[in-house]
Design a protein around this ligand. Structure first.
Ligand SMILES: [Zn+2]
Length: 302
């Protein structure tokens, strides 16, 4: 038995007033990536038409802090500032000072919602784990100092990330593109985190991930595209096609509704329920008040 979800009175009123309207938050989108240089505005417009009212734009290194902040302001989105584990080989200690300064300087910017993307990657070869850990711990300390949630990159690193969170507790956040075990998921949830699911859910063979997305409480999940990465199966270009000269498929934030439909189907619930609950979850995880629902709705022109 799955308990019925209780919608707030305002949510129900909005549903009745706008039965066809769906407002999505893409909780992880690298709109600043070079893959979007040729058509960034069109990509964001297309997402808007698909009902994506807000994208969360995480930075990956000090060099793109200004870019993500400007993009968020230009497109009415929100952003996070941090140093991604894959960028730690070229990051400097000075970059942590820059991060601290930027978090201080923009503390009253309501579009700055988290520290991230930070975390640990235990999968990509050649990354020094001690260096990653140094940047991760320092960013957890900055998140505490500036009272911000954290957006985490998790890849074969869940236990190490959890250990770091126990040593340096933060107010929570999002473990994006989550791919750990059910037990690890529960530990993140206990520490105040929501778990991000996206394009990887669309692969029939992703049995463990699909089981996770079905068994965890919907209250713990947020949806994301991770654009331009992790293309859903309908955009995926196979190795054989790439050998024949095709480029890897590019993920875009307008895929949100279709990915959400996949989650709704897997769980056997309505798309409306997935929309209301996951949108609220993002706002909870990132400390964004009710007013953001209106911003999201106004920004989605579907
Ligand atoms: Zn990312």
């Amino acid at each position: 038995m799955r308990p019925a979800i209780a919608l707030g009175r305002r949510a129900v009123a909005a549903l009745i007033a706008h039965p066809q309207s769906m407002y999505w938050i893409d909780s992880h989108c690298h709109l600043d990536a070079a893959e979007f240089d040729a058509d960034r505005q069109a990509v964001r417009d297309s997402a808007r038409s698909a009902g994506v009212g807000l994208c969360v734009l995480p930075a990956v290194e000090a060099a793109n802090f200004d870019t993500v902040r400007l993009l968020a302001h230009t497109h009415g989105d929100v952003y996070a500032l941090g140093i991604h584990p894959l960028y730690t080989p070229r990051a400097q200690a000075q970059d942590l000072q820059t991060l601290d300064q930027q978090l201080r300087l923009h503390r009253s910017d309501k579009r700055l919602v988290a520290v991230g993307e930070t975390g640990l990657d235990g999968w990509v070869p050649g990354l020094d784990m001690a260096t990653q850990q140094r940047f991760y711990t320092a960013q957890l300390q900055l998140a505490r100092l500036h009272r911000l949630p954290v957006i985490l990159h998790v890849r074969r690193s869940a236990d190490l990330l959890l250990k770091g969170l126990r040593q340096t507790p933060v107010q929570g956040g999002i473990a994006h593109a989550f791919n750990g075990s059910l037990q690890q998921a529960r530990q993140f949830i206990d520490l105040g985190f929501k778990l991000g699911f996206g394009g990887a859910l669309t692969y029939e063979r992703a049995l463990q991930l699909r089981r996770l997305a079905t068994e965890l409480p919907l209250d713990a999940l947020v949806l994301e595209t991770d654009s331009p990465d992790i293309p859903p199966h309908w955009l995926y270009v196979t190795a054989a096609q790439r050998e024949a000269g095709a480029a890897q498929g590019r993920n875009t934030p307008d895929q949100m509704p279709r990915i959400a439909q996949m989650l709704a189907d897997l769980r056997g619930v309505s798309l409306e329920e997935v929309q209301w609950v996951t949108t609220r979850n993002v706002r909870q995880a990132l400390g964004m008040g009710d007013d953001w629902l209106q911003v999201c709705r106004a920004n989605a022109q579907n």
